[in-house]
Design a binder for this molecule. Structure first.
Ligand SMILES: [Zn+2]
Length: 198
């Protein structure tokens, strides 16, 4: 059941009944949300309707949303919709990296994070990024001691999660950070940091 009809070429059911064009009998429509001005309860009060335009003949069928609570207090959604051109699923972003590159990237991120923390960017960068939706996924990734998967999350996501981890656990050791930055730099770290710190 759908909360609202999306404006896509589709078949529509209202409380289980298929919507059929009264003019030509076809059942594929483009539903549009439309608004009806009603005099009660007051001037300029609008109710939302739908106008479903038949894809065969162009006849418009108007209806409202009859979703309601049944006597048992259960909300009954009125609409079902079957899209005729379902959206193509987004191809998963899969990047195959060799172990060496992966380690280097993680090191790069690690350095970036530590520098951010050192620079006192916690409030500015870390806390907002902790809301990233990939949190769990990447947390898992970063938590693995020996990485065997062929999938890698993008650098920004890793950064976001690692930042939030550092924020949570306050893994800050200034001397260690300086040592790492001075002795274990990774090519490209400066560019990366510039991009994400500024
Ligand atoms: Zn029609």
């Amino acid at each position: 059941m759908a909360e609202e009809l999306s404006c896509d070429e589709s078949q529509i059911w209202i409380l289980g009944q298929p919507l059929i064009c009264r003019f030509c009998g076809h059942d594929v429509f483009m539903p549009y949300q439309t608004y009806r001005n009603v005099e009660e309860p007051g001037i300029d009060v609008y109710f939302m309707n739908y106008t479903a335009v038949c894809m065969e003949c162009g006849y418009g069928t108007q209806f409202s949303d009859p979703s309601h609570f049944n006597p048992d207090g259960v909300y009954i959604w009125a609409f079902e919709q079957a899209l005729h051109h379902p959206p193509e699923p987004e191809p998963p972003v899969i990047r195959v990296v060799d172990a060496e590159t992966l380690q280097a990237e993680k090191r790069c991120l690690d350095l970036a994070l530590q520098v951010l923390v050192k620079e006192g960017k916690v409030d500015e960068f870390i806390l907002p990024l902790a809301e990233e939706e990939y949190y769990e996924q990447v947390l898992e990734l970063l938590g693995q001691k020996k990485h065997k998967s062929t999938q890698e999350a993008n650098a920004m996501t890793c950064l976001a999660v690692a930042l939030s981890e550092i924020a949570s656990y306050r893994l800050v050791d200034n001397e260690k950070i300086l040592f790492i930055i001075e002795h274990e730099s990774y090519p490209g770290i400066e560019t990366f940091l510039e991009q994400h710190i500024k």
